[in-house]
Design a protein around this ligand. Structure first.
Ligand code: PEP
Ligand code: MG
Length: 532
């Protein structure tokens, strides 16, 4: 019997799952050589075409902007820059399997070592198409994990997540990865357990494993005692979830009767199709980075995306955030290559430095405002001048739309409080219509502990007194200055963080859709008298 091996990582999306490990990166064995260069070349062309068709079908079936991620893979498969050199290698004697594997390995290494963050982030997409074509060549239909398996890899692309059937459970265990990645956001929104940062040892693991994504752990070759502990913890988690589900359709009310508004965070418009508007108070944060993922979206594309969410919300408030590109969210052709991107040209700084791009988003937002209860918020604001400049651009574009006779609204303009400067001196922003605390960034900047670095994950703690004191200070200023304050960072959906957030005075939270019920249940357990 192999001895149990316990690895620790960083929880990226909560829950428990037990199942066989499935390595997405592992080369697929069993390729049968075709006997001639011509037959090998034909096999490669066919496999590439099959993979391209599968991605094409996935694009058609994927919700809105998720499709944009897949366009990159399709473009790479259709580009001769990959297939051409592989065909040359076949002429030089390689099999289709060897030629494609080697060509893609070289390409992936190039992307991984690129200075540009955008290219680095595309390496996972390339790994995905490498495997897709190799498994097609070997006669295997797909590289996706079977239902219920624990998907293991160095890192994975959002595409692989979207292709996987999560309806029967399963989870994700990554050697690297980050809780702040797009995949982690998708996993949280769908409630798929995910742990990142397990390190090299994960690569050699095989067989049955227990994934504890509540505490960021995995047990390989578990012993009887591990299974017992896991079952107890997992059953307690399921029971808490079942109890929480009773809360989903109810308003969020504390044990002593105070109503708390609970909104949802969404990353792309199609997400609202799976959410009942009656279960939440509106949208507290709609991120717009997904729209900007593959290319810069035009005004019409943005307008349609914003209008869809506003119409779904049936008059409830929808806070759409202007694009927060930069930092860990590079956008090709827009963000700049910087040594320290979290402290660089990101969010409102980047938008103001590229007004021609910002104005397109502003026009789309103003037009969408005619279709619902829109609020617009600006990310990464550090000084009042940024707010004023953005506000002027909104006024100018609204005037231009009025003069052109284009239907539009004038939504209230608020700011995210996520830069310590704004949290320390919120009175600098008395002109803002509202504040929304971005606890993810606020925590990383206050603690000087990057949100995507597993080595400092313990420091990146919302419960730290310095972070809590800043949040309470912003809420107190909001009360005095008559500025509504909400919180839209991930802490809002974390049952362990909720009592302290309510004690700090917050009465308005925004959470990932999968966390709605658990957040309401956690609120119901809080007695404000005892925590305040
Ligand atoms: C935050 O920083 O808390 C936030 C909500 O924004 P994002 O996670 O998109 O940076
Ligand atoms: Mg942020």
């Amino acid at each position: 019997m192999p001895r149990p091996l316990r690895l620790a990582g960083i929880a990226a999306s909560g829950g428990y799952t037990a199942g066989p490990l499935f390595h997405a990166d592992r080369a697929v064995a069993g390729y049968v050589a075709k006997g001639s260069a011509q037959a090998e070349a034909e096999a490669l062309r066919k496999a590439v075409a099959v993979a391209a068709r599968a991605i094409d079908e996935l694009i058609a079936a994927s919700p809105g902007e998720a499709a944009a991620i897949l366009e990159f893979q399709l473009a790479m498969l259709e580009d001769d820059a990959l297939v051409g050199p592989a065909l040359e290698a076949i002429q030089a004697g390689a099999t289709a399997y060897e030629a494609w594997g080697a060509e893609l390995d070289g390409e992936i290494a190039g992307y991984e070592t690129a200075d540009d963050e955008y290219f680095k982030a595309r390496a996972a997409d390339l790994r995905d198409i490498r495997q897709h074509v190799l498994s097609t060549l070997s006669g295997q239909v797909e590289t996706v994990a079977p239902p219920g398996a624990i998907l293991c890899a160095d890192d994975i692309a959002p595409t692989l997540f979207l292709r996987t059937d999560w309806s029967k459970g399963g989870g994700i265990a990554l050697a690297r990865g980050s809780p702040a990645s797009h995949v982690a956001m998708l996993a949280r929104a769908r409630g798929v357990p995910m742990v990142v940062g397990f390190g090299e040892k994960l690569a050699g693991a095989a067989g049955f494993a227990l994934l504890d994504a509540e505490h960021g752990k995995i047990v390989l070759a578990p012993a009887e005692a591990d299974l017992r502990d896991f079952r107890a913890a997992s059953n307690a988690f399921d029971a808490a979830k079942a109890r929480a589900s009773d809360f989903l359709a109810r308003s969020a009310v504390t044990a002593d009767g105070t109503t708390i508004r609970v909104h949802v965070n969404i990353a792309e418009p199609a997400e609202v199709d799976a959410i009942d508007i009656d279960h939440c108070d509106g949208v507290g944060l709609m991120r717009t980075e997904f729209l900007f993922d593959a290319t810069l979206p035009d005004e019409e594309t943005q307008f349609r995306a914003y209008r869809k969410v506003l119409e779904w919300a049936k008059g409830k408030p929808v806070a759409i955030r202007t694009v927060d590109a930069g930092g860990d969210k590079p956008v090709a052709g827009y963000t700049v290559d910087e040594g320290n991107p979290f402290l660089g040209l990101r969010g409102i700084r980047l938008s103001l430095s590229r007004p021609e791009i910002f104005r397109v988003q502003i026009r789309a937002l103003l037009r969408a405002a005619a279709h619902g209860n829109l609020k617009v918020m600006l990310p990464m604001v550090a000084i009042a001048d940024e707010y004023r400049k953005a506000s002027e651009l909104f006024t100018e574009e609204a005037d231009l739309l009025s003069r052109a006779g284009v239907d539009h609204g004038t939504p209230p303009l608020g700011i995210m409080i996520e830069v310590p400067a704004a949290a320390i001196a919120p009175d600098e922003f008395s002109e803002a219509a509202f504040f929304s605390i971005g606890s993810n960034d606020l925590t990383q900047y206050v603690m000087a502990a990057a949100r995507d670095n597993g080595a400092v994950a313990a420091l990146n703690a919302i419960g730290n007194p310095a972070v809590q004191r800043l949040i309470a200070g912003v809420v107190a200023y909001g009360d005095i200055g008559g500025i509504p304050v909400s919180l839209c960072g991930d802490a809002g959906g974390d049952p362990a963080a909720i009592p302290a957030l309510l004690a700090a005075g917050l009465r308005d939270l925004s959470v990932a859709p999968a966390q709605l019920a658990a957040a309401k249940a956690a609120i119901a357990a809080v007695s404000l008298e005892s925590v305040s």
